[in-house]
Ligand binder design. Structure first.
Ligand code: ZN
Length: 337
């Protein structure tokens, strides 16, 4: 995601502060609602998310080294992710593409897609980026050209989704579920780059998939994007673009989190706005897509202090955050009819 657009939106956020407190409304548990007449709701067993598994999948990705496109680690981790999806019973698509980066570098990119219940016409898209940033451009001068581990920025979202894949194999959801791991999200122009900074330099994998999805005319009821969902004391605010284009799905997610007791992570207030994969999912496929992204209203960048630094490593991954995000996602997708 792009820090520049964050800075541009800082005063917008300040302007919005006065209207920032939005109510979460009723916190009735849908499973306990009295059922009457034909509108009776189906009682759904929602599986229990295992944060230890998600953590292990993050650790495994990070162990390959930084997953920067065109590197050995990237290639090996891509193979690992495809194999994991297959092992968890998904129909797997490996979509390769040659994508041009901001500086003209040709990236050998690969989006990975795991499909559950391909025959279902009603579908939900869950996505995250799996590449890691080639530059620690928010770190001290001497580290700015070093690639990062991306334990949080990249691996955390994928780790949560792999655990969801494992759960989907054990117990199918009513709707078809598609897990998409986008490549080349974080190859945007670094701070030290003198040329033009464009939003389109980011999210190259999702832009490609948005134009050429893994199946023709791909549609989903809504999408959920996970980005930086493993940090300690993470806070997920209503992200601006999601608010405007996927407000209904967004409120549904935050309400599910509230029912589960995770309101300290999912803050029902407007936060900043970011350039992230959800923008292109919506722009090219017209799928409302919600970005669940760690947002810090007290920091200059809007992100947590490890963002795009060498500190984005396993030391700063917290299982409690993974649990909150993973369980909320399961609650949402299994209750969808
Ligand atoms: Zn990033």
């Amino acid at each position: 995601m792009n820090m520049k657009s964050y800075r541009q939106l800082l005063f917008l956020i300040l302007l919005l502060t006065g209207t920032a407190f939005l109510s979460c409304g009723n916190s009735k548990n849908r499973l306990q609602e009295p059922t009457t007449g034909v509108e009776e709701k189906v009682k759904v067993e929602v599986p229990t998310f295992n944060a230890d598994s998600a953590y292990a999948y993050i650790e495994r990705q990070v162990a390959f080294g930084p997953r920067v496109p065109n590197s050995r680690a990237h290639c090996d981790c891509g193979d690992y992710l495809a194999a994991q999806l297959k092992r968890f019973g998904a129909e797997v698509y490996s979509q390769t593409a040659e994508l041009t980066a901001y500086d003209g570098t040709l990236l050998h990119a690969r989006n990975l897609i795991g499909v559950y219940r391909p025959e279902a016409t009603k579908r939900i898209l869950l996505c995250s980026h799996w590449d890691s940033r080639p530059y620690a451009d928010q770190d001290k001068e001497q580290h700015r050209h070093t690639a990062i581990d991306g334990a949080n920025d990249g691996a955390s979202g994928v780790g949560v989704l792999l655990e969801i894949a494992r759960q989907l194999q054990r117990q199918s959801a009513t709707l078809g579920i598609d897990l998409v791991f986008f490549d080349a999200e974080d190859y945007g122009a670094p701070d030290f780059f003198d040329g033009l900074h464009r939003a389109e330099y980011w999210c190259l994998g999702s832009q490609y998939w948005g134009r050429i999805p893994h199946t023709a005319n791909y549609k989903a009821r809504f999408g959920i994007l996970l980005d930086m969902v493993g940090g300690k004391n993470a806070t997920f605010f209503y992200e601006g673009y999601s608010s405007r284009t996927a407000g209904k799905a967004m409120k549904k997610i935050w309400k599910a989190a509230e029912r589960l007791g995770y309101s300290r992570y999912f803050i029902a207030q407007e936060g900043g706005e970011v350039t992230d994969d959800h923008v292109f999912v919506n722009r090219f496929r017209q799928i409302p897509c919600v970005d669940i992204i760690d947002y810090d209203p007290h920091s200059d960048t809007g992100f947590n202090p490890t963002w795009h630094t060498l500190d984005d490593n396993m030391e700063h991954i917290d299982k409690a955050t993974l649990q909150a995000v993973g369980q909320t996602l399961l609650e949402v997708i299994y209750n969808e009819q």
